[in-house]
Design a protein. Structure first.
Length: 125
């Protein structure tokens, strides 16, 4: 018997937690990458989208078996909210985010695949 999830505006509390946790940590790492370590390109455009894809997939798919498509969509929504936060905090401009979008989407997908393989192995055991 499965419980009905709590929904806020049609979004489950679990989805909000997944996106929120991932974005909060990612904004912290984005600040460190841009202002402390000054490794702008690798940290912000390659490493961080990969971590966003993997961590959101792992958090959302941890406790139950879900379709890969559902986990992929959560990864992309997390990337979108993260980018909106970069705009809101004035760390990035819209033109820069649009230019970096193809790279960010690709590495988010790569991270999602890594996270999905981990979740799939965990479900088998």
């Amino acid at each position: 018997m499965q419980e009905n999830p709590i929904k806020i505006f049609g979004i489950t509390l679990r989805e909000i937690k997944t996106v929120g946790i991932t974005c909060i940590f990612s904004w912290g790492f984005a600040y460190l990458a841009t202002n402390v370590f000054r490794d702008y390109s690798f940290g912000l455009f390659i490493w961080l989208p990969t971590v966003i894809g993997a961590s959101s997939t792992l958090i959302y798919g941890y406790s139950e078996s879900l379709e890969r498509k559902t986990l992929r969509n959560i990864s992309y929504v997390t990337l979108l909210i993260f980018c909106l936060g970069l705009l809101l905090f004035a760390w990035e401009g819209i033109i820069c985010l649009l230019m970096a979008a193809p790279v960010g989407i690709f590495f988010t997908w790569v991270g999602h695949r890594i996270g999905f393989e981990i979740v799939k192995r965990k479900m088998r055991n």
